[in-house]
Design a protein around this ligand. Sequence first.
Ligand code: HH2
Length: 290
Amino acid sequence: MTWQLQLPRGGVLELDRRPRVMGVLNITPDSFSDGGLWLTPERAVEHGLAMVEAGADIIDLGAESTRPGGGVYGAGARELSAAEELERLLPVLEALRERLDVPISVDTRKGEVAREALAAGADLINDVGGLTAPDLVAEVAAAGCPVVVMHSRGELGSMQRGIRFEDVTREVADELAAAMARAGEVGVARSQIIVDPGIGFGKTGRQNLELLGDLAPLQALGRPVLVGASRKSFIAEVSPATPRERLGGSLAAVAWAAHQGAAMVRVHDVMATAQFLRLWNAIDSAGGST
Ligand code: HH2
């Protein structure tokens, strides 16, 4: 199975069931694992270039943390105005665009930020709101760009409280299907959508594990699947560790994603993940029967 997503600047993002590496670049003071590290534009650009050098196929740029509140992450992230988000984002995006050929995705929940980012050379929009914000959906439809539709329920500030799923894999897939259908009605082409189960967004640790262990209902939607489990706290629930000590657990999640044919993994540790996947693929090509 291969997918060809049309990029707004021309060209195609080709995906298949061997995961591409999406490197996380958070230009935020408050992200849970790398907040504050790449806050100056110079350091952010340097880190973006280094991730591509280390094997990233795509860079995901985020200027607003989406850390959920009400649970393991304390009070959660502070919500930014579109102007504040753009002020952080644009200098880094513009500098990276000049120097990078790989697709650049922008992680935002705001239509205005999506519009300005696409005008400044972003290739796709990563929406952790799951296409629920009408202004963002309208911008994505107007641009015709690829979009990551991540599953989440409720508001970031409260989504870790009162979590209820009867059958998490089935319900996440059904809710993503409904989001795609709603977006389709206002002009977002299904052929431009990447789906994401939203690991850590309004789910318990156990539910995150169940989602990672069974991507089949998501694959059945017929769209490429992106998995973002890197350094998340459910890893520490199984094996206690600080965010930066969670590489082993993050790679276990990448292994399960690769085994089930995910098209992309969103990670902080690009070099280790790229090496892991190269070996995975080499063993597979040599006749491994996983
Ligand atoms: N997770 C985070 C942010 N954006 N986007 C997608 N598509 N999938 C994810 O799983 C996902 C995401 C949270 O991780 P991070 O960016 O490291 O932290 P923060 O939100 O605190 O900036």
